[in-house]
Design a protein around this ligand. Structure first.
Ligand code: THU
Length: 158
């Protein structure tokens, strides 16, 4: 039997179209991106996580001479959020990424980051809204990380 999956997403033309709190969140992600340590790839990514108590945890990609030892911006941000505020629900994550030449193409989280974010969404039993953007320009939003990771690996099977 063949089945089909569809995902819903929204598009915002620029950060000023976003709800105010998310606009501020994306601005934090942009600041974080500017401080990324991306000395090898030159591709800078910034992420900002919004918690239920209003706290924001930021992350940027951290590269390393031993390439696989580096970490993506999203994981720096969500791991920081879980370490500092282990009981807080994560409401949203905003992400922005660009090569040296600014791209307008929305940069979406890599597969490993999707899996990492899904761990927290499953744990808290509440959706995490995901917003992603290039250097500037259009922003894509999904209601849940699950929209970006169909058939995700669910730890409850362990
Ligand atoms: N990167 C992120 O920070 N997040 C992603 O979702 C995709 C990739 C980083 C990793 C590496 O430092 C650089 O972008 C190029 O892959």
């Amino acid at each position: 039997m063949e089945r089909e999956l569809t995902i819903k997403y929204s598009i915002f033309d620029n950060i000023y179209e976003l709800p105010y709190k998310i606009q501020k969140l994306m601005e934090e992600a942009i600041k974080a991106r500017e401080n990324a340590y991306a000395t090898y790839s030159g591709f800078k990514v910034g992420a900002a996580v919004l918690l239920e108590n209003g706290e924001i945890c930021i992350g940027s990609n951290q590269e390393n001479a031993a390439y696989p030892s580096g970490l993506c911006a999203e994981r720096v941000a969500v791991y920081q959020a879980s370490a500092r505020f282990p009981k807080q629900v994560i409401k949203a994550i905003a992400l922005t990424g660009t090569a040296q030449e600014p791209t307008q193409y929305p940069v979406s989280p890599c597969g490993a980051c999707r899996q990492s974010i899904s761990e927290y969404e499953i744990r808290q039993k509440e959706n995490i809204n995901v917003y992603f953007m290039g250097a500037s320009g259009k922003i894509i939003k999904t209601e849940s990380i699950k929209d970006l990771l169909p058939f995700l690996f669910d730890g409850s099977l362990l």
